[in-house]
Structures are given as structure tokens and as C-alpha cells.
Design a protein around this ligand. Structure first.
Ligand code: G4P
Length: 526
């Protein structure tokens, strides 16, 4: 089969949500449809959140489990669909941001009672930076929740998405009767804990009170008709092009635990969601159908067992065909590399893969060759964009407690940063090292791993930093002055980029006002 045919068969997406909205449950139901798993309860990922944040060993163990479910492939209607799992725990938000660089679209799950929550807001913001097409699934309609119209307004306002419903709920909680599938013009009746049988979907192309009463009773029929009229009045009609540009966001309603509304979502997804898309590199835009292989590493998972120091690097294929045992060009190292045991992820099984295509995610066993963001090609020098680092939220000085083991500490820190566990900043004055993380948990993880895997002993010391900002210098004279005055607050990130470690929001504002020739960016990619 040609590469183009393979591309047309693939859809790679991520599901994002605030913890507990139902992401794991929805993932599982999608996999059940695809026959990738046989029983409910088979997807164990994302249970990280259920544990106290101090229990990081338990969390790392769970992360171990989640390697197998980091990518879940299944077949549906002759398509190969890859779901990329995103950690629900906010301390792993960076992992999620990076995973979003490897998807072509996302489904956002929202709890009908809770509405748009903080984590969802952040993740959607990141998706929107790349104009990723987004579908929203409003979950838990079997419970009482917010009024659907209010909820649509909330999604529009808080997430900045131009929403339009493609299904509409009939009642809610105890009164929940089902949904009207606007996309397919079907009435779908709710059956708790059902299998969503085909006979429960009744085609009603012309929803009138007479046509609906028979199935849902007169009161519900009247209410639905009124709401549908309002909905078609308020919202623009669906346009696939606008969705694909990230400018229109279809919304579905359902109850994942009851397997309700999931099939409508999936059936629409396979029709409208994009196939593997072009990817932008520093040098040029890469089109998936190009003959030559290109891809980038977006995630690295290390084995915490010191006797098995292998890591798995996750490669997103952007173009061409990936083949087992073929030599590829490791761009950063300018070296040749081949893989004898590349794996693919079909649900919870890992399987050896002979060849893969754009949109696929391949697991590469790695003994320390890769960093996040590395590219593989057939010789071309390419650096993919879209894997930015964001300002961490917590900062601490790293103190070496054992001067004899300076080298081990250095190596350990470097490798952990390559894996993307946290970010390291080295002050230009005095070379003090500062670690920045999204959550407090990472500090424990780093200390533990430095000790167990590298035999290095570190401690932390408080440091007063509000934010790390990447500096774009448009005026060299201004930078010289800034450097002179703010020397102690300037550092370099792991790639040698200049970063301003602003102590307070006020000092950042002052810097912005006083130095118009410098731009302070909240992400490393600008
Ligand atoms: P997450 O991955 O987004 O964090 O959420 P997850 O799927 O783990 O779901 C969070 C909780 O919400 C789970 O309950 C799950 O059973 C429940 N849930 C998911 N979908 C629905 C739904 O459509 N209706 C209702 N009423 N509940 C739903 P839990 O008690 O926390 O966990 P569990 O013991 O059921 O696994």
C-alpha cells in the first residue's frame, strides 16, 4: 500500500480533561468499540491522581503501568486509530503538553456538573497554540448538572472555543432519556449500562413533536423541539473546514460509564477528524506523504529499576515509512542509528513492529541516545517545532551534598532533564543550578532517582522566583544594560538559551517597561 493510502487510514488524537471528568472511562469505551480490549476495567492508566501526592514511588509504579497504555491503537471502520494518553495529575502537565505535540486532534472531556475546570483550560490553551481541531464531550449526563446552554456558553467563554452542538441531551440525571444526534439526525435512547444497541438509534430526520412523542413522551418531545430550534438559531451550521482549522468546535453529550453517546462521538470523529497532518520544522514544513522518513521524540520513559536502565523513547512519525533495522540519521548527534526492537502499542500489548507510517507512534528502546525533541530523518537536518517548554511554577536551588560525586550529580541531572522530568537553569553568575518544575512531586522524584540511579546525593534550597522567561534580544545595547543590572537573575536553559528568572510579577513588569527592545516569552518557542 502506498504511503498516501496508509496516511488516509490513520487518525492520531489525545483525550484531555481535568482529573475525574471521565477520560479513562471514555478511552476504555472507545477501545471496547474498536475491539482492542474485551472487558471494562482493562485500562489502568491515569489512576495516578487517586493517590496522595506525597506517595511518589507509588506514582512512579503507576507510571510504569501507564507506559503500556501511553498509546493505545485500535481499528475501527478500517481505520487505524491511535489514542495518546495524557497524565491527569497536574504535576505531570509538562508530559501532557509534549504529548499534544504528537497528536493531530483532541477530544476534551468535561463533567456536566463541574463544567470547565482549571486543568482543562490550560490544556486547551496549549492545543489552541497549534490550532489543533477539538471536539468536546460533555460527560455524566446520567447525573444532574449544569444547563446545557449555560455549559455551552461556559465552554465558549473559558476555553475560547467557537462551539456548536452536534448532539443535544434530552433531560438529565433521573430524567435523562437520551440524545438527539444532530449530525446523523438520529434519536438515541438512553439505556443505563447498555451496549448501545443499533435498535436504540432511531432515525428521525424531521424531529417534530409528533415524530418524537412516541419514543420520549410529549413533554420531553416539546422541550427537545424548543431547544433544537433555539440551538439551530444560535449556532452556526457545522463546517468541517472550520473544525479542521480549529475555528469551530463540535460538542457531544453522553455518559461514558454507561457507554452512552460514545458511539455517536466515535462515528463522527472518524468522519471529520484529520488524518496525520503536516508538521512544521525550523527549516521547512514536512508533508506526511514525503517518501523519506522523518519523526521526532516527544516522550521518554525511563525504567526506574537500577538493574534495567533501559528507556523507551516515543517517536511520532511525521513522514515516510519507518522500517525495523534500517539506518536513520540522528540529527542532533549527527550519527547513524537503527532499531532492532521497535514496538507499537495496541491497547495494553506491546508488539514488535516491522514498519510504521505517519501518525504512528513507535516505541524505541534507548540507552541514553535521545532527548525530547530529537529528530530522526534519512539524512536531512531537521528540527521540528511545537515541543515548547513553558515556565515552570516551582523553583529550587540544587545543592550537591557529596562533593566527591559531582560528576554523577551532573550526569544524573543532565539525563533526567533530557527525559523532561523538569527544567534546569544555570545562572550566568556563579553557575548555580536551579531546577524548575510544574509540581512539587518532581523534586522528590529527582532526588530519589539521583540517589538510586546515579549514586548522587542532592538537597534543595528555597529560591525566590516568580517565573522563568525566555529572552528575545532585539536590541543588543538594551540587553547589555539589562545584563549589567540583572546579572544575578539571568540564567541559561539546557540548550544555552537566555532566561530571565523574574523574582516577582512586579520585577517582570518593570523589565518589560524599561527594556522595550527585549521580549520576555513564557515559552521556549517563539
Ligand atoms: P479521569 O480519567 O478523567 O480522571 O476520570 P475517570 O474515567 O477515572 O472517571 C472518574 C470517575 O467518574 C470514576 O468514578 C468513573 O466511574 C466516573 N464516571 C465516568 N464516566 C461517568 C458517567 O458517565 N457517569 C457517572 N455517573 N460517572 C462517571 P470513581 O468512583 O472515581 O472511580 P471508579 O471506582 O468508578 O473507577
Amino acid at each position: 500500500m502506498s504511503i498516501q493510502k496508509e496516511i488516509e487510514k490513520r487518525k492520531t488524537f489525545g483525550i484531555i480533561s481535568h482529573p475525574d471528568a471521565g477520560k479513562t472511562t471514555l478511552t476504555e469505551k472507545l477501545l471496547l468499540f474498536g475491539g482492542a480490549i474485551q472487558t471494562a476495567g482493562a485500562v489502568k492508566s491515569n489512576k495516578i491522581k487517586k493517590h496522595a501526592t506525597s506517595d511518589f514511588m507509588e506514582i512512579e509504579k503507576q507510571r510504569g503501568i501507564s507506559v503500556a497504555t501511553s498509546v493505545m491503537g485500535f481499528e475501527y471502520m478500517d481505520l487505524n486509530i491511535n489514542i495518546l494518553d495524557t497524565p491527569g495529575h497536574k504535576d505531570f502537565a509538562e508530559d501532557t503538553y509534549r504529548t499534544l505535540s504528537a497528536v493531530d486532534s483532541v477530544i476534551v472531556v468535561i463533567d456536566v456538573a463541574k463544567g470547565v475546570e482549571s486543568q482543562t483550560e490550560k490544556l486547551v490553551q496549549v492545543s489552541r497554540m497549534r490550532n489543533i481541531p477539538i471536539i468536546v464531550f460533555i460527560n455524566k449526563l446520567d447525573r444532574e448538572g449544569k444547563d446545557p446552554v449555560d455549559l455551552m456558553d461556559e465552554v465558549e467563554e473559558k476555553l475560547g472555543l467557537n462551539v456548536l452542538p452536534l448532539s443535544w441531551p434530552i433531560g438529565m440525571g433521573q430524567r435523562f432519556k437520551g440524545v438527539y444526534n444532530i449530525f446523523e439526525k438520529q434519536l438515541v435512547l438512553f439505556n443505563p449500562h447498555g451496549q448501545q444497541l443499533d435498535e436504540e438509534s432511531i432515525t428521525v430526520t424531521d424531529p417534530t413533536i409528533e415524530n418524537l412523542t412516541e419514543y420520549i413522551g410529549q413533554d420531553a418531545a416539546e422541550e427537545l423541539i424548543e431547544e433544537l430550534e433555539m440551538v439551530t438559531g444560535i449556532y452556526d451550521p457545522f463546517e468541517k473546514d472550520l473544525y479542521l482549522k480549529g475555528e469551530q468546535c463540535p460538542v457531544f453529550f453522553g455518559s461514558a460509564i454507561n457507554n452512552f453517546g460514545v458511539k455517536e462521538l466515535l462515528d463522527c470523529f472518524v468522519q471529520i477528524a484529520p488524518n496525520p497532518l503536516a508538521r512544521v520544522a525550523e527549516e521547512r514544513t514536512v508533508i506526511p506523504s514525503e517518501e523519506q522518513l522523518t519523526g521526532f521524540i516527544f516522550k521518554i520513559h525511563a525504567n526506574m529499576d537500577p538493574n534495567h536502565r533501559d528507556r523507551i523513547a516515543f517517536l511520532r512519525i511525521c513522514s515516510g515509512k519507518f522500517e525495523r533495522n534500517k539506518f536513520y540519521h540522528h540529527v542532533r548527534k549527527n550519527s547513524k542509528i537503527r532499531f532492532s526492537n521497535p514496538t507499537t502499542f495496541m491497547a495494553s500489548k506491546k508488539e514488535l513492529v516491522e514498519e510504521s507510517y505517519p501518525g504512528d507512534i513507535v516505541g524505541l528502546y534507548d540507552s541514553g541516545n535521545f532527548k525530547i525533541g530529537d529528530s530522526l530523518t534519512e539524512g536531512e537536518s531537521l528540527q521540528f517545532k511545537g515541543i515548547p517548554r513553558f515556565s515552570p511554577e516551582l523553583f529550587r536551588y540544587v545543592i550537591n551534598k557529596d562533593p566527591m560525586r559531582f560528576k554523577q550529580l551532573d550526569k544524573g541531572l543532565r539525563e533526567l532533564m533530557d527525559e523532561g522530568v523538569a527544567q534546569l537553569f544555570v545562572k550566568i553568575m556563579g553557575s548555580q543550578k536551579i531546577i524548575g518544575t510544574v509540581g512539587a512531586l518532581q523534586f522528590d522524584v529527582i532526588k530519589y532517582r539521583l540517589d538510586h540511579e546515579y549514586g548522587a546525593n542532592c538537597d534543595y534550597q528555597a529560591v525566590n522566583i516568580h517565573k522563568a522567561l525566555w529572552i528575545e534580544v532585539n536590541n543588543k545595547e538594551e540587553f547589555k544594560d539589562f545584563e549589567k543590572r540583572k546579572m544575578k537573575d539571568i540564567a541559561k536553559d539546557k540548550d544555552g538559551n537566555l532566561v530571565y528568572l523574574a523574582e516577582t510579577a512586579w520585577s517582570l513588569k518593570m523589565a518589560q517597561d524599561n527594556y522595550p527592545g527585549l521580549v520576555f516569552h513564557e515559552s521556549s518557542e517563539f
